[in-house]
Write a protein that binds this ligand. Structure first.
Ligand SMILES: [Zn+2]
Length: 421
């Protein structure tokens, strides 16, 4: 049984619907991994973000057409992640229309930006695991940022490059609707928020969604600047928005509520930074820093800081490595034991590989069982089925969708490797 909190998050946040933000602005939720937004002007509409596929974009455009059939006059990209920029051709409908994005618009997909030597295959494998490619929608439940079930046709096929790059905050006329484009580095460095001062509607991109912020994506991302993200949340909170329409999950209504979700998310980021820096200053290991992190009670009880997408322990590791690199200050870690050598030592301590296997079978600490399974596998001993079963048990206990998907994705491969049922 999947964790009920993850099921609840999925049912409440990703139920397919077009939500009115104001008399002339709407958000499409649950149609794709990300959300898409429409602002109606005098004779045209503006689209903010375009989904990850032409299949999803077609469904969104059809849903928006229920409100107005004015043509799309321009597109705004909040940032360069593929789940926001890959359905533009559907909205442009073959016309040349302006597409605005931040001047730093640039993919953070390591190795898919043209670099010749890069861990591209690793990124692809980890991306498949994080998003649960090949799992059934029932197994997957959720992407953490979007519904587990969504159209896959035309994935990545409808991208159009930006035609106008914004180098500084700028007011813009959206066919009669005044708006401000605000550079707001956060989940990516190239984030551009969109602010409608008259309707007091704010589109923060992925700098806020109803889940703990993905300060590190386990598919593999370069360091995300924690301080810049926190600063952008402070800036956005200061606008006095009455409606917040994020790049994932449902909109938030009410000035006090918007302020609260932005302020507490900023506080959560600062908490991770402080906890990690203090641990590093005290000479703690990364394991101890990650194992010891917990949000303070006044943040832990906020539903929008539930770890459905990002995870505080992963964020702590990312902050440590992103600031001082992989070395944790313990000289033991300057040397290296290969996985096999370490496993040989562990087996010797246990009394031999059979005793190591018995220990793995008997422990009720699933994390420890995984580590012992890895040691057995490093010794060439079959432990794939035991590891798969442990991963499946951990997956069912997870509220984090990307951890769940990754556990189940690897469990399936391990079972295939060992030929086990
Ligand atoms: Zn996104």
């Amino acid at each position: 049984m999947p964790h009920p909190a993850l099921v609840h998050h999925t049912e409440t946040q990703f139920r397919k619907s077009v939500v009115a933000l104001s008399p002339d602005a709407w958000t499409a939720v649950g149609y794709a991994a990300s959300t898409q937004h429409m602002i109606e002007g005098a004779a045209s509409v503006t689209i903010i973000d375009t989904s990850e596929s032409t299949g999803a974009a077609r469904n969104v455009l059809a849903a928006f057409r229920q409100h107005t059939d004015k043509p799309v006059g321009r597109i705004l990209y909040t940032h360069s992640h593929r789940d926001h920029i890959s359905g533009a051709t559907v909205f442009a409908e073959g016309r040349d229309i302006p597409i605005f994005a931040a001047a730093g618009f640039h993919s953070d997909l390591v190795g898919q930006d043209g670099a010749a030597i890069a861990p591209t295959a690793a990124l692809n494998r980890r991306t498949q695991a994080q998003f649960g490619f090949g799992l059934t929608p029932e197994e997957r439940i959720s992407l953490g940022c979007g519904p587990g079930e969504r159209p896959m046709d035309g994935m990545g096929a409808g991208h159009l490059p930006p035609t106008e790059l914004i180098a500084a905050d700028r007011d813009i006329d959206l066919d009669g609707v005044p708006a401000r484009l605000i550079l707001a580095p956060g989940e990516t460095a190239d984030h551009m928020a969109v602010w409608l001062p008259e309707a007091k509607v704010l589109f923060p991109g992925d700098n806020w969604y109803h889940a703990f912020p993905n300060l590190y994506a386990i598919r593999g991302t370069p360091y995300r600047d924690f301080q810049a993200w926190a600063d952008s949340l402070e800036l956005l909170a200061g606008l006095g928005a009455e409606v917040l329409a994020p790049g994932h999950t449902r909109p938030v209504f009410g000035a006090d509520k918007v302020r609260e979700v932005l302020d507490t998310t900023r506080a959560a980021i600062l908490h991770v930074m402080r906890h990690t820096a203090e641990g590093m200053n005290a000479g703690l290991s990364l394991d101890d820093i990650a194992a010891g992190i917990a949000l303070p009670p006044e943040l832990a009880d906020k539903p929008w800081l539930g770890e459905f997408y990002g995870k505080a322990a992963w964020a702590a590791r990312a902050f440590a490595v992103g600031t001082l690199g992989w070395y944790d200050g313990n000289p033991t870690h300057l040397g290296t034991l290969s996985s096999q050598r370490r496993a040989e030592h562990m087996a010797a301590l246990a009394g031999g590989p059979d005793d190591l296997r018995a220990a793995a079978e008997q422990t009720d600490d699933l994390q420890w069982r995984l580590e012992l399974c890895d040691a057995l596998i490093a010794l060439g001993q079959p432990a794939e089925a035991m590891k798969a079963a442990a991963l499946e048990t951990l997956a069912e206990a997870e509220i984090n969708a990307t951890a769940r998907n990754t556990y189940l994705w690897h469990a399936r491969r391990l079972r295939a490797a060992e030929g086990a049922p």
